[in-house]
Design a binder for this molecule. Structure first.
Ligand code: ZN
Length: 280
């Protein structure tokens, strides 16, 4: 089971109402229906397997890295994340958010809709636009099943489903072995290897699109990537640079895409004050 922190308790307070009004009143996000370039058709069984698998992987990660004991920040991240997921997230998933108590600067998109952001990443951010950009990037990884595709996670194997508690039946032993192998592969992708550059670019560009649609300052997202790239964070950067393509490449592509989408001189809102209030 996951910790209680992962379960979003949507307290109806003024802040939540404010965020929802802002996000829901924004121009309808046209990118909801994503073009799936591959021919793979994912079934309901595949999604069930993805969700069960993601829950296993999330639990494994939370067994190693604790969540940050800071309700104010985790509530804020969950509210922003949930509101964003309602705009751009796959409708067959329930997105959950948590902040990991780690000094690393990173965020992780776990199949099935679990998104973890590190304390180090939150502490490096300057405004809400950066948080929105990072969460949108991670939602996009999940929407596009980047890890699911890399490890070829499908629900058609009875044994595998059984090991995930989806279906009863024989073959549970081989199913459990299969589950372990896939969990190892997924953890390696998240923490060591990363996914292909084209997947990172795809997620960057989708993050920029939703930021522009929701009137958030997309340049703040670029600025956050630049901050990560800064020499000051050289040591910590090793981790993220292992799993992500060179940041300069990503920034170039983002600016090219944003140039096509946004002709305004006003880049959008940063919500710096609100971010500061919620994270300090
Ligand atoms: Zn990424």
């Amino acid at each position: 089971m996951l910790t209680k922190r992962l379960i979003l308790l949507m307290k109806v307070n003024r802040f939540v109402v404010f965020i929802l009004v802002i996000l829901l009143a924004s121009p309808v996000y046209a990118g909801r229906a994503r073009a799936n370039k591959t021919a793979i058709k994912y079934t309901e069984d595949d999604t069930i397997a993805e969700i069960r698998f993601g829950r296993n992987l999330a639990a494994r990660i939370l067994g190693q890295i604790k969540t940050w004991d800071n309700d104010k920040v985790s509530d804020y991240v969950s509210i922003i994340g949930t509101a964003l997921a309602s705009q751009m997230g796959r409708s067959d998933l329930n997105f959950k958010f948590a902040v990991l108590d780690s000094p690393e600067i990173n965020a992780y998109a776990i199949p099935g809709g679990y998104i973890f952001i590190t304390r180090g990443a939150i502490q490096l951010m300057e405004n809400e636009a950066q948080l929105v950009g990072v969460i949108a990037h991670e939602i996009s990884h999940i929407n596009n099943r980047h890890i699911v595709k890399k490890i070829n996670l499908r629900g058609q194997s009875n044994a595998f489903l059984s090991s995930l508690g989806v279906a009863a039946g024989g073959g549970a032993v081989s199913g459990a072995a299969m589950l372990d192998k896939l969990l190892d592969e997924a953890a390696d992708l998240l923490f060591e290897i990363g996914v292909e550059k084209k997947f990172e670019t795809e997620s960057d560009l989708e993050a920029i699109k939703i930021m522009i649609a929701l009137n958030y300052d997309w340049k703040s997202y670029v600025r956050f990537l630049e901050k990560i790239d800064n020499k000051t964070y050289q040591n910590r950067r090793e981790v993220i640079s292992k799993t992500h393509p060179p940041l300069a490449d990503r920034i170039r592509q983002i600016e090219a895409e944003a140039g096509k989408l946004s002709t305004k001189t006003f880049y959008g809102r940063k919500h710096q004050k609100r971010f500061h209030e919620k994270t300090h």
